[in-house]
Write a protein that binds this ligand. Structure first.
Ligand code: HEM
Length: 148
């Protein structure tokens, strides 16, 4: 889907804007991914809105007088602002979801099972390099929980 298709969809759905919810929510995820990767800053939204309004004003002023342009611009601002608000909500939800996933991954990294696995890998590497036989007991669950 392209940017202009979203804007066209919004104009056509003026009387039932909630029909765009799914599309805008998905776009929020797409932009959320950009933000998490550091390719998107939240102030881009307002810069983008003001630039769009500038272009629209420029285009309308060729065919309308100042008063008419002002009137139409107010309506366009409402529309773009609400479309962005919905995308932003999706973006925020997506970022929260990614952060949550990262914290789950992190806690898995430091889980008892993961540490036990790491310890036993380290011990087998040590044993093979020094050709030593350590008693398995030292790597028991109790020893590992004491360290946490
Ligand atoms: C009304 C506001 C906006 C709408 C409707 C919109 C719409 C879209 C759409 C339809 C796509 C293509 C998604 C796809 O290929 O699946 C897209 C992608 C993209 N948008 Fe926006 N966008 C908006 C605001 C912005 C702003 C403010 C920026 C930053 C300046 C931005 C940056 C991007 C970038 C970098 C991509 C490419 C993402 C990728 O390829 O993964 N968008 N946007």
């Amino acid at each position: 889907m392209r940017f202009m298709q979203v804007i066209e969809g919004a104009v056509k759905a003026l009387d039932h804007l909630t029909s765009l919810d799914v599309i805008l929510d998905n776009l929020g995820r797409r932009h959320g991914k950009l933000e998490v990767n550091g390719k998107f800053r939240s102030y881009y939204w307002s810069v983008f809105l003001e630039c769009s309004i500038y272009c629209l004003r420029h285009a309308f002023s060729r065919k309308m007088n100042d008063k008419e342009v002002d009137h139409v611009i107010i309506l366009w601002r409402y529309l773009l602002r609400d479309v962005m608000k919905k995308i932003k909500a999706g973006t925020t939800a997506d970022i929260a979801h990614r952060m949550h996933q990262m914290s789950i991954d992190d806690s898995r990294k430091y889980s008892l099972t993961a540490i036990k696995h790491k310890e036993s890998n380290a011990s087998s590497a040590e044993n093979s390099s020094k050709n030593l036989q350590r008693p398995n007991k030292i790597y028991s669950t109790n020893v590992i929980t004491d360290r946490l």
